[in-house]
Design a protein around this ligand. Sequence first.
Ligand code: HSE
Length: 440
Amino acid sequence: MKPIKVGLLGIGTVGAGTFEVLARNQEEIRRRAGRGIEITMVADLDTDRANRIVGGRAQVVSDARAVIANPDIDIVIELIGGYGIAKQLVLEAIAAGKHVVTANKALLAVHGSEIFTAARAKGVTVAFEAAVAGGVPIIKALREGLTANRIEWIAGIINGTTNFILSEMRDKGLDFAAALKDAQRLGYAEADPTFDIEGVDAAHKVTLMSAIAFGTPVQFDKAHIEGITQLAAQDIKYAEQLGYRIKLLGITKRTPQGIELRVHPTLVPARRLIANVEGAMNAVVVNGDAVGTTLHYGKGAGSEPTASAVIADLVDITRLHTADPEHRVPFLAFHPDAMSDLRVLPMSEVVTSYYLRLRVADEAGVLARVATLMADAGISIDAVLQREADEIGGEGSTQTDLIILTHDTREGTLDAALTKVQALSSVLAPIVRLRKEELA
Ligand code: HSE
């Protein structure tokens, strides 16, 4: 059978990896896919660089639309990124009847519904394994490997930059700004790391996993997003003393009221495997009713790890190319006419447990007053840690830190109780509040 022809839009880090791995492993891939897969056209504005990578093995053009217009091309890989020109090109490729492979989580999280609808209408596939957790085949696992299960929850370290920064903060006792500088110096963080450190990149990825897990539309606008920029080194230290690590988790859960969809720094018991995922690595824990808990771990970024995911999608599409579109694996795991309208819960309705740090006057009755306000709200306390005042403010200090771990409570209930606690004259600074997940 003649090889399937692929056009590549954007030959940066991941594009170059895709080109190289496909060339290097072409025989193995042909044996798996049942026919050859060849990148025959590459579009990139920097044609000199593209030509150096391609070395005459494919036609290089500066105009992406020339790739889309080529009737010989069966699959278009979009590795440009962002919501702008990438969105137009993806929609144009679909309109031209091409299957699309993309690593663009931002595009799919925000415009996924429009793109998937267009693809269904045209009978083509949009595949995006590389968009979530790089080389970790979590999309395939959720959509196919775990398809027997009713997924209950997913919790993932899905941003390597922030996990690297958190590891540095913990290992070296650095504050956030110093750890970010280290990450930039070592090439783990972009010059503009906003999407990573503010949790937006992780929110894009957990939004896609949530849709696939629960058969709901892609709803990035409903995600609650908190990054790690406000995280203090002392909270990492106190969490450690209580047996927890702090990780930036993307979390999505099924509850009887709806779906939780959130990204925030989270205390995780130190004995959990995911709490020990360090540096720039990614890991996703999935809980399904039949399988229990599974952990998916690996490199979440980088040239060849991400290329591994892009090429897996190429092979999938190649295998499915001749199948009747109605019987292909649905992009979002569930068939379009079987999508659920489960709502995404506002944070006030989310139920979780909390770490609270209160800077208080070191005087009689403070703990009792705080505990009374919590008890009045029906919030159960799990653990309390109080440091010696001298440890906090030096010898003779009259201030101390009071650390409280709660049991599960509604966030709206906690917010109301904390407003009252914050108003106590003995509470001397804004209360630090972090969420905690046992992931049991
Ligand atoms: N910037 C991402 C990360 C990689 O740090 O994990 C691409 O999604």
